[in-house]
Design a protein around this ligand. Structure first.
Ligand code: ATP
Ligand code: MG
Length: 335
């Protein structure tokens, strides 16, 4: 056999004596970029202690409100926290975090998150949009590729918690994230007390099995509306709630009273959780302050750190913390 190189001409692009063809060069570059991205993901995975996905079957149930609330509540407790807003078509986390119109800072090819309220680091697809009023219609593969790249290229630094906010439904995005980020602790499913939202949250629970990510539990959002007032001390009152339902309350020695009205139904989140044998993480009240906070960029937890909503969030955070680590996350293979 001769040692001399054999020069071939292969139209499909096989290697010739002159070196790799343009096509091979491209393949090698893309394999190298992919390997680097995977390594970056593994590195990011190690630096972030806990990763929590926030999902719901139905849109508009308050995922982004809950994601930002959980992140702020964790930050209030002294943790270092980040939020990854995966919603490409309607990202509104920056607005809720007071970062509307911000642009990301890129240094040596790494994307640095913006810092929102309480030092929470925020990465959102909204930061990539030239004009937030222009809807982003990205085709599936481009969108998913962008998510993978986004995850690999962000310089989060060391974080105690990363909260990941998703668009509604059991779509491709959670799958892409589960295939990109190692060691996800689990998912929090947000529901409202209405039946249709409950039905859809059942779908999310089934979906978690295919992602091999445990369900940390179900949160019932917009659950009851608390009204407070002052009257004569220590008297009984009857307050008419929605649907004519009567609520009996007694004022305290200072004449103060409060009562929680079921504006929708109540207890649905708990019954869904019970039915599927997953933990119930608690209820978050209906609070018009969330809507104002979403509009003016000051989240309820920031404007009223000791208010009823902040207390409700802190309870949910405690429930999540106690669930983390109780079930082993198998996780999907990182691709
Ligand atoms: N507990 C609450 N009390 C009052 N309003 C709320 C509450 N939670 C959410 N909202 C309001 O409901 C609307 C939808 O909330 P949000 O954007 O968080 O839902 P989402 O599930 O993220 O929606 P999408 O599916 O479009 O991503 C917002 O206007 C928000 O301010
Ligand atoms: Mg949202």
């Amino acid at each position: 056999m001769s040692d001399s190189p054999v020069t071939t001409h292969d139209p499909k692009g096989a290697e010739s004596a002159e070196g790799p063809s343009a096509q091979q060069q491209k393949q090698m570059e893309s394999a190298y970029a992919n390997m680097k991205r995977k390594m970056a993901m593994q590195e990011i995975g190690k630096k972030i202690k806990h990763k929590i996905m926030v999902l719901s079957g139905k849109g508009g149930v308050g995922k982004s409100t809950v994601s930002t609330g959980l992140a702020l509540s964790l930050a209030q407790q002294g943790h270092t926290v980040g939020i990854l807003d995966i919603d490409i078509t309607g990202p509104n986390v920056p607005k809720m975090m007071g970062l509307d119109g911000k642009r990301l800072h890129v240094e040596q090819g790494r994307i640095h998150p913006a810092q929102g309220h309480l030092g929470v680091k925020v990465i959102s697809m909204a930061f990539l949009l030239e004009d937030e009023d222009t809807p982003v219609v990205w085709r599936g593969p481009i969108k998913l590729g962008a998510i993978q790249q986004f995850i690999g290229d962000v310089e989060w630094g060391e974080l105690d918690y990363l909260v990941i906010d998703f668009p509604p439904g059991t779509s491709d995005e959670p799958l892409t994230v589960a295939q990109s980020l190692p060691d996800i602790d689990g998912m929090v499913i947000v529901t409202t007390p209405q039946d249709v939202a409950l039905l859809d949250s059942r779908k999310s629970i089934t979906f978690s099995e295919s992602l091999k990510v445990p369900v940390l539990g179900v949160v019932e959002n917009m659950s009851g509306y608390t009204i407070s007032g002052t009257t004569t001390p220590e008297i009984s009152l009857e307050i008419a709630g929605p649907g004519g339902k009567k609520h009996k309350v007694t004022s305290d020695k200072d004449g103060k009273f409060n009562v929680t009205l079921d504006i929708f139904k109540q207890g649905g989140g708990k019954s869904t959780a019970d039915e599927f044998g997953v933990p119930f993480l608690g209820e978050l009240p209906f609070d018009p302050g969330f809507v104002r906070g979403g509009d003016d960029g000051v989240h309820r937890i920031v404007s009223e750190p000791d208010g009823a909503s902040a207390i409700a969030f802190a309870k949910v955070v405690e429930a999540i913390k106690s669930q983390i680590g109780t079930s082993e996350s198998q996780g999907l293979e990182i691709i």
